[in-house]
Design a protein around this ligand. Structure first.
Ligand SMILES: N[C@@H](CCC(=O)N[C@@H](CS)C(=O)NCC(=O)O)C(=O)O
Length: 100
């Protein structure tokens, strides 16, 4: 189970879309950045740069809770956790259909 801390911005939507695509169970917690929720003491423990999105995977590496922030890092983590949407082969990760 993943707790996702997010708001209705493109960076937030990226993670909602990824979680839906890979089919992991999650609960979304609204962090209203217009009202300053991102500066709350508890949220800053998960996202020290006071930005959404951030998440806690309660079934992280070695079965332990794992928290992370930065949408790019979250996307890679979720892809690697599920083995979906990101080839492990470096060449296949590129957008070019061929190698020069
Ligand atoms: N590089 C970060 C950018 C995150 C970001 O800019 N989040 C914005 C909303 S889209 C935010 O939380 N802003 C609140 C603030 O800076 O106080 C990521 O990709 O996660």
């Amino acid at each position: 189970m993943i707790d996702l801390y997010t708001w209705t911005t493109p960076n937030g939507h990226k993670i909602h879309i990824m979680l839906e695509e890979v089919g992991l169970e999650y609960k979304a917690h609204p962090i209203n950045i217009g009202k300053g929720d991102q500066f709350g003491e508890e949220f800053l423990k998960i996202s020290p740069n006071n930005k959404i999105p951030a998440m806690v995977d309660h079934d992280g590496p070695n079965g332990k809770p794992y928290s992370l922030f930065e949408s790019g890092a979250m996307l890679i983590y979720l892809a690697e956790k599920t083995g979906r949407l990101l080839p492990s082969d470096t060449v296949k990760r590129g957008s070019a259909p061929f190698v020069l």
